[in-house]
Design a protein around this ligand. Structure first.
Ligand code: F3S
Length: 282
């Protein structure tokens, strides 16, 4: 049984940067340390941060002192501005620069009096931040079906940005349909390079191997996307959070295995899963 691991499996640059900003400075950071939402959508990484004394909060009210960590997904610039003015509160902003870029574009399009459209998942923290950058005036849709339901005004100018972890191929197809329906639109395909690489690799692996393993959390948008892409090409695709979830029966009569992991999956989990697969093989 052959095993192939995707070249770019695991942490992307934005996640590495966010973790380094916290872990390299943990001793110097003013306590108590609170994190608004999860730094990255991976339970194992969060456990490691909680063990360092960091608390996860889901509301920004009542935060008056200590340190507040803004996660890699970013928050609305206006909310950030308000927090920065709060005396005695130290902000550690780990927003990925690629997400900041999308926020800047949304803000610019809004200032140019264009109706901002966001191709993204409405409940995702990144998308809420991008919407905030467009003064909460953006229209969000996450599929062609939802796009068709939008009431368009052809007298308006439109501008579109994309959540950094959306499916690149899906968006390419949708982009044509958007241009057919909207005459005056400026489109920025802001799916990040890390997402594109991981999606393109999983497509190749899914075609090449008998069985695919996608490692990561079900709460992670980018990992879920890898799973959906792989599953659509090769039904023998399994989503596992850790090696504990592997089942020996999956590997019966399989000659080759492809393995990849989301941008929020740590190396130590990938190694643990690979080790377990090797044990099953032997
Ligand atoms: Fe940033 Fe893309 Fe990673 S937006 S956090 S580099 S998946």
């Amino acid at each position: 049984m052959k095993i192939e691991i995707a070249k770019n499996a695991g942490f992307c640059f934005g996640v590495k940067r966010a973790l380094a900003l916290i872990e390299d400075n943990i001793k110097k950071i003013k306590k108590p340390i609170r994190m608004y939402g999860h730094l990255v959508h991976n339970e194992e990484v969060i456990k490691r941060l909680l063990a360092k004394g960091i608390k996860v909060i889901d509301t920004l009210e009542k935060i008056k002192r200590g340190t507040l960590i803004i996660t890699a997904h970013g928050i609305s610039p206006k909310v950030k501005e308000k927090l920065l003015k709060q005396k005695g509160l130290n902000l550690v902003d780990t927003t990925c620069p690629k997400v900041s870029l999308v926020q800047n574009l949304a803000e610019l399009l809004h200032k140019q009096n264009k109706q901002v459209l966001i191709f993204g998942d409405v409940d995702h923290q990144e998308v809420k931040g991008i919407k905030g950058a467009a003064d909460n005036q953006a229209i969000i849709f996450s599929s062609e079906k939802e796009f068709k339901k939008i009431n368009l005004d052809q007298n308006k100018k439109y501008g579109l940005v994309v959540q950094t972890t959306k499916d690149f191929e899906e968006f390419k197809k949708l982009e044509k349909k958007i241009k057919e329906r909207i005459k005056d639109i400026k489109i920025f395909n802001t799916i990040c390079q890390a997402t594109r690489q991981r999606q393109s690799e999983v497509r190749k692996l899914a075609r090449k191997h008998d069985l695919l393993l996608i490692i990561g959390s079900r709460t992670s948008a980018n990992t879920t996307r890898l799973y959906e892409i792989s599953q659509s090409i090769n039904p023998d695709t399994y989503f596992v959070r850790t090696g504990q979830e592997l089942k020996e029966r999956w590997f019966k009569n399989k000659k080759s295995i492809g393995i990849t992991a989301g941008a929020s999956t740590p190396d130590w989990i990938i190694s643990e899963v690979v080790q377990k697969v090797q044990n099953i093989r032997n």
